[in-house]
Write a protein that binds this ligand. Structure first.
Ligand SMILES: NC(=O)c1ccc[n+]([C@@H]2O[C@H](COP(=O)([O-])OP(=O)(O)OC[C@H]3O[C@@H](n4cnc5c(N)ncnc54)[C@H](OP(=O)(O)O)[C@@H]3O)[C@@H](O)[C@H]2O)c1
Length: 325
C-alpha cells in the first residue's frame, strides 16, 4: 500500500487532507508533520483523532519520512523553500510552484522565489482539464479551480477582453491563523471585495487560459464554500463544450439548463457544480461554478491529483456522495 505524509498538518488544508487520507482505502499514513504541534498526539489537533495515528513530528522530519506521497500544506514562502524528496509524489497545495515565470512571485506573492530554477519541473494539475504529469504537482488555487472549471473548456472560444469574474469565498479560504480580516466582528453579516484586481490567483488564471482576466474576489460570512460567476462573450457551442468536458466526471456536475449551482450542495464535499446561462439583454454567456474551497479547491483536488500520479482510482478517498440538506 502506498504511504503518505502531510506537512503543515495543523492548518485548515492540512487537516482536510488528513481527513481524505484517513478515508482513503489505499493510502497508509506514516507521518504527520506540524512545527506548531510537533511532539503532541494527533488528538491535539482534533479530539476526534484517536491514538492509532502517529504523533506529530516536525515538518522536516515528516518531509524525510520516505513516504510515496507527500502533501505540502504550508504557506507559499515556506513551501517555495522546500527541497522535494527524490522519488516521491509531492502535491503542493500552496501557490509556490504554480507559476512558470518566477518573476511573478515578486510581483504577485511579495517574495523572490528561492528555487526559481526548479519551477519548470512542476506540473500545474487540475485533473479534469490538465491532468498531472511527473511527480511534482502544483495544486491550483481555490478561486482558480472554480474559474478554470467554468472557463477552461471554453478558453479558445472566448473574447478575452469580455471576461469578468466575480468570485466569493468563505473565511476558511484565508487559513486558520487569526487575522483582522477574518475576525467574526468584521465578517459576520458583512460582504466585501478584497484584493480587487490584485489577487494572487490572477496570474495562474492568465497562465492557464492564455489571457488576463478581470477578477474580483469577495469574502462571504460563511465558514466554507466558493462561488465564481464568470461573464464573457463565448461561442455558440459553450454549453456543449462544458457538457463534453465533464460528461465522464464523478467530481464535476454540469447542471441541467435553468438550474443554478449552490454552495449548500458542495460544502463539505470534493464535488463541483457548473452551470451556464445566457444573458438575454447582452447575449453574453454567464458560467457559474460552486466548489468547497477546502474540498475541490484544496484537499480533495490534492488527493485526486495524488491518485492519478500514483496510478490509483482517481476518486479514492474523496468525499463525493450524500444528499445532506
Ligand atoms: N484555505 C484554503 O481554502 C486554501 C485553498 C487552496 C490552497 N490553500 C493554500 O494552502 C496553504 C495552506 O493553507 P491553509 O488554509 O491550510 O493555511 P493555515 O490554516 O493558515 O495553515 C498554514 C500553516 O500555518 C500553521 N498554522 C496552523 N494553525 C496556525 C495558527 N493558529 N497560527 C499560526 N500558524 C498556524 C501550520 O503549520 P504547522 O502545522 O507546521 O504548524 C500550517 O501549515 C496556503 O499556501 C494556502 O494558500 C488554501
Amino acid at each position: 500500500m502506498p504511504t503518505a505524509s502531510i506537512i503543515g498538518c495543523s492548518g485548515y488544508t492540512g487537516q482536510e487532507t488528513l481527513d481524505r487520507v484517513l478515508a482513503h482505502p489505499e493510502l497508509e499514513l506514516v507521518a504527520l508533520g506540524s512545527d506548531s504541534l510537533a511532539g503532541q498526539l494527533a488528538s491535539a489537533l482534533d479530539i476526534r483523532l484517536n491514538g492509532s495515528l502517529p504523533a506529530f513530528v516536525a515538518n522536516a522530519e515528516a518531509l524525510a519520512s520516505g513516504a510515496d506521497v507527500l502533501f505540502v500544506c504550508l504557506g507559499h514562502d515556506e513551501a517555495a523553500a522546500l527541497e522535494p524528496p527524490a522519488d516521491t509524489v509531492v502535491v503542493d497545495l500552496s501557490g509556490a510552484h504554480r507559476l512558470r515565470d518566477s518573476a511573478l512571485y515578486d510581483s504577485w506573492y511579495g517574495f523572490t522565489h528561492p528555487r526559481a530554477e526548479t519551477l519548470a519541473g512542476w506540473s500545474y494539475a487540475l485533473p479534469e482539464l490538465y491532468p498531472p504529469t511527473g511527480t511534482l504537482i502544483a495544486n491550483p488555487g481555490c478561486y482558480a479551480t472554480a474559474v478554470l472549471l467554468a472557463l477552461g473548456p471554453l478558453a479558445d472560444s472566448l473574447d478575452p477582453e469580455s471576461v469578468v469574474v466575480d468570485a466569493k469565498s468563505g473565511v476558511s479560504g484565508a487559513g486558520r491563523a487569526p487575522k483582522p480580516s477574518s475576525h467574526a466582528g468584521f465578517v459576520l453579516e458583512n460582504l466585501s471585495p478584497y484584493r480587487a484586481g490584485s489577487h494572487q490567483h490572477a496570474p495562474e488564471l492568465e497562465q492557464a487560459l492564455g489571457f488576463p482576466v478581470c477578477f474580483v474576489p469577495h469574502l462571504l460570512p460563511l465558514r466554507r464554500g466558493l462561488l465564481a460567476t464568470c461573464y464573457a462573450r463565448a461561442g455558440n457551442d459553450a454549453h456543449e463544450r462544458l457538457e463534453d468536458a465533464y460528461a465522464d466526471s464523478d467530481v464535476v456536475r454540469m447542471l441541467p439548463e435553468g438550474m443554478a449551482p449552490e454552495l449548500g450542495r458542495v460544502q463539505g464535499t470534493d464535488t463541483a457544480e457548473v452551470a451556464l446561462f445566457e444573458d438575454r439583454p447582452t447575449g453574453k454567456t454567464i458560467v457559474a461554478c460552486a466548489i468547497d474551497n477546502l474540498g475541490k479547491g484544496a484537499a480533495g483536488q490534492a488527493v485526486q491529483n495524488a491518485n492519478l500520479a500514483l496510478g490509483l482510482e482517481e476518486t479514492a478517498g474523496l468525499r463525493l456522495t450524500g444528499v445532506l440538506v
